[in-house]
Design a protein around this ligand. Structure first.
Ligand SMILES: [Zn+2]
Length: 358
């Protein structure tokens, strides 16, 4: 029996790593199975599951300190019934995985219980195995589930809206360029560094224009410049796309910041390893404009992937929308920086079909 546990968990662990979907629910499953395996290696008397609290699962999946996660957040985020259905759906969607468990005769299941302490928030979760096609185990399991459902809030999932979170500026790794001008990720527009950044940007725009004019002049006057070889003129031509890229992807987005209030940070703003960052402009109590590097994210209600802000073009009207990293063109939500809410913008009738499926 012990070997079966180990085989089943290792199989699931490998499958989760082989088919990474990078969604929060898959991450919870990974955390749970990893803890079972870790504990397994050190246990010598049969299978003793490693029971985890919701806070522990949530914190490990989000890679934060579990002491910073309050129990209500964890309770809302980690729902036993959803974990069970995600596990079943994962196995069903991977033919290799399904076949492997059929061969072993066992499949992994999520088990949960409330602790003896009586506190409803202290439900513990772990993973066990279940013989496939065994009516007895199935019945036992169902009894356990029906006991359990009472401790959870009703699972009325609203797929049509999302709630965004603003990342603390201190949690974003800033690039050298930003650290040069932004103090702790913030920049007062009417300060010395704010004005010098503006001047630098204007200068780079001017240089862009000069490069283009100069390159065109060189080409036009090529025949009148005997010392100038064609290949030298070609070198100047290379500068035109560079100037265009600087203009299009660096200066253009920045100039829309005052009207749009939130924009995607252009390249060079976030650290290379930490590729997603947004710039938000707000007025402080002295009515001064301040630009701040931050990141808006949400959890996709459809697949639990990460929703990041992205360009609305070409399929959406607003310039900035929230797109799920797992399905960027199907799971699309609007973005409102004041309410931090977003509503489904994706394919019409998509949600209706999704909800009627359940
Ligand atoms: Zn999604």
């Amino acid at each position: 029996m012990e070997n079966k546990h180990l085989d089943v968990f290792e199989e699931l662990h490998d499958q989760l790593l082989n088919y990474p979907r990078n969604t929060l629910w898959d991450e919870y499953l990974k955390v749970i199975v990893r803890e079972q395996l870790k504990q397994f290696k050190y246990s010598d008397s049969g299978f003793e599951p490693e029971k985890l609290s919701r806070q522990q699962i949530y914190a490990r999946a989000k890679k934060t300190d579990e002491n910073r996660v309050d129990s209500q957040t964890a309770k809302n985020a980690v729902k036993t019934s959803k974990l069970k259905s995600t596990l079943t759906a994962f196995i069903d969607s991977q033919p290799d995985c399904k076949k492997a468990f059929l061969q072993l005769g066992y499949k992994p299941i999520i088990v949960a219980t409330t602790s003896d302490g009586g506190s409803k928030n202290k439900a513990l979760l772990w993973m066990d195995i279940q013989a496939i096609n065994s009516a007895n185990v199935e019945q036992e399991h169902i009894d356990e589930v029906s006991l359990l459902e009472t401790d959870e809030d009703s699972d009325d999932e609203d797929l049509s809206s999302v709630t965004y979170e603003r990342k603390a500026t201190s949690d974003i790794k800033l690039s050298l360029l930003v650290r040069l001008f932004f103090k702790k990720g913030e920049l007062k527009m009417l300060s010395v560094s704010g004005i010098s950044l503006m001047l630098l940007l204007m200068l780079s725009a001017l240089v862009d224009i000069l490069i283009v004019i100069y390159s065109i002049l060189v080409l036009l006057l090529l025949s009148d410049l005997p010392s100038f070889k064609l290949w030298q003129a070609m070198v100047f031509l290379v500068f035109i796309p560079v100037a265009y890229l600087n203009w299009r992807y660096f200066l253009m987005p920045l100039q829309s910041l005052p009207q749009h209030r939130v924009i995607k940070a252009p390249m060079f703003f976030a650290n290379i390893n930490d590729d997603n960052a947004d710039i938000e402009m707000y007025r402080n109590k002295d009515k001064l404009n301040i630009a701040r590097i931050t990141e808006f994210t949400a959890v996709c209600p459809i697949c639990s992937g990460v929703i990041e802000l992205a360009n609305g073009k070409p399929d959406q009207k607003p310039p900035l929308v929230g797109r799920c990293k797992e399905a960027p063109h199907a799971h699309v939500y609007s973005f409102d920086r004041m309410t931090m809410k977003g509503y489904f913008l994706g394919v019409p009738d998509y949600l209706i079909n999704m909800e009627s499926k359940d």
